[in-house]
Design a protein around this ligand. Structure first.
Ligand code: ZN
Length: 80
């Protein structure tokens, strides 16, 4: 497998880091290059904050989807 830096991919930079077992598998997986690891470690507080924000957004979204699914199911059942 090819290991690519997810952040370099986002920035459109050369992202290839290393090969990883199984070597015959041509698919890609994501890691972090030294540059981005350093800059992320430096701004770790910001990362934690945005991670909390992200998780709370995911929670909102999954809650909204659950409500939507319930509403759709109710509408579908009332048609039958
Ligand atoms: Zn990178």
């Amino acid at each position: 497998m090819k290991v690519l830096c997810a952040w370099c991919v986002r920035d459109g930079r050369p992202a290839f880091l290393r090969e990883k077992w199984p070597f015959e598998d041509p698919s890609e997986t994501h890691g972090l290059c030294a540059d981005h690891f350093t800059s992320l470690s430096a701004s770790v507080n910001q990362v934690v904050t945005s991670r909390v924000w992200f998780l709370s957004r995911v929670h909102d979204l999954s809650w909204g989807l659950t409500r939507w699914a319930q509403r759709m199911r109710g509408r579908f059942l009332s048609l039958c």
